[in-house]
Write a protein that binds this ligand. Structure first.
Ligand code: ADP
Ligand code: MG
Length: 242
């Protein structure tokens, strides 16, 4: 597998507070990576630095072989970097299919692809079908349950045809069976070639999804490896059991 994401010696401070301390991480294409750590350990900060919503003051990153340091977030999106979930923000006055159409149109334009309106429409309905929302294509987001809202968010992320999807807190507030639904969708996307980083505190979900596990504690990466081996690491046990 070739490396899709390469993070090299990345550090991030908020004032005098070190939120990320020399993080180095490589993620090959096709990976299913779980990123875990106690609250406040720096997981979302790392995601924000990778996606370009926060600027890291030290370190360098490459995505799909290209340096992305200093690159604005929307350009990273065009390269194939997508995040989903933490704050679902659909367009409340637009139908579901139009909610998917907007990022799709944007992606088609930004990549200079030539698509007819009908092709775009078909594609958007296909994305809704894939997440199980086709029957509600003409509904407004306010008609959706919480888990359906996450599925819409996932369809919107997929409209940009990402190579890497980062799902930060994808399962918060969902029931056991709803979590299973979202995991199954993420596994299916991965099987279609999308690399996935899952940030999640429900350990059963992380363990069933991840083929590799990375652990952050207080901004430091303390483990990176096979999930069962990582969970037996004494430092990880200490971080989780106190
Ligand atoms: P996690 O996602 O692992 O729960 P975060 O990355 O959100 O952790 O936060 C890591 C630490 O950085 C926390 O102590 C948090 O309070 C702090 N932090 C996060 N974002 C900011 C910010 N914009 N300004 C100041 N401190 C922040
Ligand atoms: Mg977080």
């Amino acid at each position: 597998m070739s490396e899709l994401l390469e993070v090299d010696n990345l550090s991030k401070r908020f004032g005098g507070f070190v939120a990320l301390d020399n993080i180095s991480l490589t993620v090959p294409a096709g990976e299913r990576l779980g990123l875990i750590g106690p609250n406040g350990s720096g997981k979302s900060t790392l995601v924000n630095c990778i996606c370009g919503t926060l600027r890291n003051e030290q370190g360098s990153m490459r995505f799909d072989g290209k340096p992305i340091d200093g690159m604005p977030a929307h350009k990273r999106t065009h390269l194939g970097l997508a995040r989903s979930f933490q704050l679902p923000r659909p367009f409340t006055s637009l139908s579901l299919v139009d909610n998917v159409r907007i990022p799709r149109l944007y992606t088609v334009a930004a990549r200079g692809m030539h698509r007819t309106a009908e092709e775009i429409d078909d594609h958007c309905h296909g994305l809704l079908r894939e997440v199980g929302l086709e029957a509600k294509a003409r509904h407004l987001p306010r008609d959706l349950t919480q888990v359906e809202m996450r599925k819409l968010e996932l369809a919107r992320a997929m409209a940009a045809e990402p190579k890497l999807l980062i799902a930060d807190d994808a399962m918060a507030g969902l029931t056991h069976s709803e979590i299973g639904d979202i995991l199954a969708l993420l596994v299916r996307l991965n099987a279609r070639g999308v690399t996935v980083i899952l940030i999640e505190h429900i350990m059963s979900a992380v363990m069933s999804f991840s083929r590799r596990l990375v652990v952050l504690v207080s901004g430091r990466m303390i483990a990176d490896g096979k999930p069962d081996e990582v969970m037996r690491n004494p430092e990880v046990e200490k971080a989780y059991l106190g």
